[in-house]
Write a protein that binds this ligand. Structure first.
Ligand SMILES: [Zn+2]
Length: 354
């Protein structure tokens, strides 16, 4: 019965369970690529990564994202050991310089080599590639974990104030959202992107990530449910009570909360106090509203091999779990036995009570 239902769901909507597909591509110890581009005219190669470490599985799609201050830059990539030759990546660059780029390859395995070409650049600048990932498009279905017992739910619980999708001019989802009305777990991520310094920057970055996920990864919408920036602003991403796309094979009932920034070496952004306070406010709301167990808060790396949410954020999870419990029982409540006290009083003065 259950297997039939699962099969029907998979056949009806093969893309619904997709999400979080990428294998991070590394180049030795180097996790973030930075290179200088000097002003000049004419087409020339300004960066060559050499071969990457070999990703574990087969792949046919490459995605990179980062900062491109000047639009006169092109990226191409090749499989280090393959006949495919160089493939030019399709680049999407936003006016603030954030960009992602995507390339399709014949399906296969092997290391990757990345190259950048400048084609007329007006000023010296630095280009940053925060992340590169490869994956097989359309892969990613797997078994869902069963939901655990939950605590009491309070439909009247008040959510902390957040900036709704309209605030960042969210585009509509590419396909209708899949309802997921009773979340029972929470997963913390980092964006591996900009560590923003103002609400305006955070809204722009959220819009960038939506475009990266919708058109780069070909997902329905931004993967997560909530974005929390270093100033403590909470931004609505995918609507709550719809299925996310942030934790491969574990999106069911899973609220995705993402910190804007890269909380891992080499940049090692630090979570701020207002930011953690906002994550706690969100967590307390989810615990109250849906009866989610605070212990169900995990980091992305608890589900798969990834740095996410970064070495600077991951160690904060135990204290976040403690704080998610909105009303921890007072330490003395079980130590003081009211019945025993009453019994002692009755014994001392038999006529005093009743
Ligand atoms: Zn993550």
């Amino acid at each position: 019965m259950r297997a039939e239902l699962l099969l029907a769901l998979l056949l009806a909507a093969p893309a619904l369970r997709a999400g979080d597909l990428g294998d991070e591509v590394t180049f030795g110890a180097r996790r973030v690529i930075r290179f200088q581009v000097n002003a000049s005219s004419g087409l020339r190669t300004v960066f060559d990564s050499g071969p990457s470490d070999a990703p574990a599985g087969r792949w046919d799609t490459l995605l990179i994202q980062g900062e491109m201050p000047d639009p006169g830059l092109r990226f191409s990539a090749s499989r280090a050991s393959g006949p495919a030759g160089w493939i030019e990546l399709a680049v999407k660059r936003f006016p603030d310089g954030r960009f992602w780029a995507r390339g399709r390859f014949p399906k296969g395995a092997g290391a990757l080599r990345l190259r950048a070409l400048a084609d007329g650049v007006s000023a010296d600048h630095e280009v940053i590639v925060y992340s590169a990932e490869v994956f097989e498009e359309g892969a990613g279905a797997g078994a869902a974990a069963p939901p655990p017992a939950r605590g009491p739910m309070d439909p009247e619980a008040q959510a902390p104030s957040f900036h709704a999708r309209a605030a960042w001019r969210a585009l509509p989802p590419r396909q209708p959202f899949t309802p997921d009305p009773l979340p029972w777990r929470v997963t913390l991520h980092h964006t591996d992107g900009r560590y923003t310094q103002s609400l305006a920057q955070s809204l722009d970055e959220t819009r960038f990530i939506q475009d990266f996920h919708q058109n780069g990864r070909r997902w329905t919408d931004i993967a997560y449910h909530f974005v929390v920036d270093p100033l403590g602003n909470i931004i609505e991403a995918r609507p709550l009570e719809t299925l996310g796309a942030h934790t491969l094979n574990n999106n069911e009932g899973n609220v995705g909360v993402v910190l804007l920034g890269k909380y891992h070496s080499p940049r090692s952004d630090m979570p701020t106090a207002p930011q953690l306070a906002s994550v706690i406010a969100l967590g307390r709301y989810l615990v109250k509203r849906f009866g989610i167990e605070p212990a169900s808060l995990k980091g992305h790396r608890d589900y798969k091999s990834t740095d996410c949410p970064g070495d600077m954020a991951y160690p904060r999870l135990p204290e976040l779990r403690r704080e998610f419990d909105p009303a921890p029982p007072p330490a003395l409540s079980s130590a003081f036995d009211w019945d025993a006290q009453r019994a002692r009083k009755s014994a001392a003065s038999p006529n005093a009570t009743r």
